[in-house]
Design a protein around this ligand. Structure first.
Ligand code: 13P
Ligand code: SF4
Length: 305
């Protein structure tokens, strides 16, 4: 079977079996083409909540499939590749949060969606990169512990000067590979280009960029900007997707090292194996755990809209 034939077979089977395919923007082009919805973490959560289908297949990483399951426990939810995790989601446990709460009892705890379902049961609020500033601004608390990404946390803090935000060690290993030197090199090599980065990048990288935002935010900015050249500081699949979306513009990676091997673990063959019933990784979570995490995720969707 070639790629086109496999895509056609996936489209036929997903319709026949009532499977909704959600794909994060970091997935490869052949997967984005067969997905019902592609976007950032916030957009995926929104789609997961309103999807009418009995079955949902997540092409992304595990916490994203878990989020879909928590929002729709009655649905069968699958992860396209069972090995696709997010290293950042493993950086803090529920117990770590409980210890922080004891140390800073007057602070509210805000967690990035890139965390485990267990951790989500003990935090005050959950955010995605595209909803974080809006959600924090609307929180009544001034003192906030932001976990686990200190880079996203300091980007949010800069836009919410009225808040007292504490961050901790951690971060996305893929985005951390981009350095200040990469930005300086890009400015010298592409003086006409706009530099667009994800706020998971180091603080000194984000501060030098022309725009920082979620994956969907970066795509939208590049599509709407009158500039003709862009340097992209996020997972390098976005460089390729933008090149397809805007063939008249030029896109360069800020660093060829910004690759998320977990996002890249999923292939079109994994999707085909799932829809044809050959190999399926169904998400099974404890109902009590889902019940205690659901409220915070629903609140995140409501306040981030
Ligand atoms: P967004 O999808 O919110 O842009 O986040 C990027 C990411 O790293 C997902 O894990
Ligand atoms: Fe996790 Fe970073 Fe990969 Fe996103 S890009 S899934 S935060 S490791």
């Amino acid at each position: 079977m070639n790629i086109k034939e496999m895509q056609e077979e996936i489209l036929r089977l997903k319709k026949e079996k009532d499977i909704l395919i959600l794909a994060h923007a970091y997935q490869s082009q052949d997967i984005l083409e067969i997905a019902d919805y592609t976007g950032d973490s916030f957009g995926l959560s929104l789609q997961a909540q309103k999807a009418p289908n009995k079955n949902v297949l997540m092409c992304g990483v595990r916490f994203m499939a878990d989020t879909v399951k928590v929002l729709s426990p009655e649905k069968h939810v699958y992860l396209a590749n069972r090995n696709a995790g997010c290293p950042m989601a493993q950086q803090m446990t529920k117990e770590d949060v409980q210890m922080l709460k004891e140390k800073y009892p007057e602070y509210a705890v805000v967690a990035y969606i890139n965390t485990t379902t267990e951790l989500k049961t003990v935090v005050d609020n959950i955010v995605t990169s595209s909803s974080a500033v809006h959600i924090l601004k609307n929180m009544p608390e001034k003192d906030i512990l932001f976990i686990p990404d200190p880079n996203l946390g300091s980007w949010v803090a800069k836009q919410c000067p009225e808040k007292n935000i504490k961050t901790f060690q951690g971060g996305c290993p893929s985005h951390l590979r981009i350095t200040k030197k990469d930005v300086e090199k890009a400015r010298a090599q592409h003086p006409e280009a706009e530099i667009l980065v994800h706020p998971e990048c180091r603080k000194e990288v984000t501060e030098l960029a022309d725009y920082a935002g979620s994956t969907t935010g970066i795509m939208k900015y590049a599509q709407e900007s009158s500039a003709k050249e862009f340097v992209i500081g996020t997972e390098n699949s976005i460089v390729q997707h933008l090149q397809f979306a805007c063939p008249d513009k030029k896109f360069y990676p800020l660093s060829i090292e910004c690759v998320c091997h977990n996002m890249k673990a999923t292939t079109l063959v994994d999707v085909y194996n799932m829809v044809s019933g050959k190999d399926q990784e169904e998400i099974i979570l404890d109902p009590a755990l889902m019940d205690s995490a659901r409220h915070a995720i629903e609140r995140m969707i409501e306040s981030g809209k």
